[in-house]
Design a protein around this ligand. Structure first.
Ligand SMILES: [Zn+2]
Length: 398
């Protein structure tokens, strides 16, 4: 956290940060591997590890490592972060529900709750609900508040990353001017950070899902809101105001429908799940819901497959621009429409290949999200857990 960075830190604390950071990036590591990874002297690693074990921040197991059999004596013991040394809340605030998880230091959920709520007009109610989730989760799990590093929030509207203010006009009208992180900090006493939900999702997929070990990946959410979260050179790409990746409001049909943002013919007006399902309503002379659309696609209905493919083409054209600009190696597709499966993915792949250079697309993979509805909430917790090495090093030094 920034407040920690302003405090002078001792070399001893820096050694702890390096060891904790190395272990948070890997499933487990031996002492010799830690020496190699951190660049610290062997004696320093030994002393830092002993301190961290004594503080309960590390766990030690006999290595079961087939890659490096030790020829002499016992195999080196493997060190890992102690899963229950600290926790973080992840909160995913969508348009119609609030999803909260309490995750351990490994990012595994230990408590999970989703509450349906009409979110867009109801900022005070949602903030009170998140605070209730926190107050319910801690006694239910027996975890003390002092062990919680903070709350990470992903929300379905653009977020100014400097002030934490939401750009919610036309998207979540009840949230204009609200600073959810400040509000939740005041209500819960916990540190809090907020990002756009697609940014939370790309962090989740990168840490635990389809984009692991990828430094250049895009998460594409195809739901009522269409947006992307971008990791570029290993870092979350935010842009000057934190608003990068809003591909849903790129114009794809200049004479098309007026969008909720006030422009005309945005990608969302032709490829959001409701817009795609509505195309089937006219021919069938009855409303076709998004669930109906997905059932029809699975049943191989020609019209349903066609409208999903057309949506894939529209999204693919817009994404081709991002592919040329950012050169990702992977696009992870999540959101409601991702469930349409192969007709959508096939149209996306073909269209991106046709509208971007071969050099940019021949190695590009386009895959479904592996975390599904949990990408945002787990990524929101990961946002807080990313600071765990510095926070825990300072706490354990105190
Ligand atoms: Zn728009």
């Amino acid at each position: 956290m920034s407040s920690d960075r302003q405090t002078p830190v001792s070399l001893r604390t820096l050694g702890r940060v390096r060891v904790l950071q190395a272990l948070s990036d890997a499933a487990g590591m031996s002492r010799p591997e830690l020496v190699q990874r951190t660049g610290l002297a062997r004696a320093t690693v030994g002393s830092v590890v002993a301190d961290l074990l004594a503080a309960g921040l590390l766990a030690e197991d006999d290595a079961v490592d087939g890659d490096r059999p030790s020829r002499i004596g016992r195999p080196p013991r493997t060190l890992a972060l102690a899963a229950h040394a600290a926790y973080a809340f992840g909160v995913d605030i969508g348009h119609d529900r609030v999803h909260t998880q309490l995750c351990d230091l490994h990012g595994e959920p230990v408590w999970d709750q989703t509450t349906a709520l009409a979110v867009d007009e109801a900022a005070p109610e949602v903030l009170a609900l998140v605070s209730d989730h926190v107050d319910t989760a801690l006694p239910a799990t027996g975890i003390g508040r002092a062990k919680v590093l903070g709350i990470g929030i992903g929300i379905a509207t653009p977020v100014d990353h400097v002030t934490g203010t939401l750009h919610a006009a036309g998207i979540m009208p009840g949230w204009v001017g609200v600073r959810p992180a400040d509000e939740l900090r005041a209500r819960t006493g916990l540190a809090a950070r907020v990002v756009n939900d697609a940014n939370a999702a790309v962090l989740g997929e990168r840490r635990y899902g389809a984009a692991q070990r990828r430094n250049d990946a895009i998460y594409l959410r195809l739901s009522a809101g269409i947006g992307t979260g971008v990791v570029c050179d290993g870092r979350l790409l935010l842009g000057s105001g934190g608003l990068a990746g809003e591909v849903g409001h790129v114009t794809v049909a200049p004479d098309g429908l007026v969008c909720r943002c006030g422009n005309r013919g945005c990608l969302e007006t032709v490829a959001s799940p409701d817009a795609v399902a509505a195309l089937l309503s006219t021919g069938r002379q009855r409303p076709v819901t998004v669930d109906d659309l997905l059932d029809l696609v699975r049943a191989g209905d020609r019209g349903a497959v066609r409208v999903v493919e057309d949506a894939g083409v529209a999204v693919g054209r817009a994404m081709a621009g991002m592919v040329m600009a950012l050169n990702p190696g992977l696009i992870v597709v999540g959101g409601v429409l991702a469930a349409a499966g192969e007709p959508l993915f096939s149209a996306l792949r073909t269209t991106i290949a046709r509208n971007a250079m071969n050099s940019h697309t021949e190695e590009l993979q386009i895959v479904p999200s592996t975390l599904g509805d949990n990408a945002g909430v787990r990524g929101a917790a990961a946002l807080v857990l990313a600071d765990a090495p510095e926070r825990l090093a300072v706490l354990s030094a105190g």
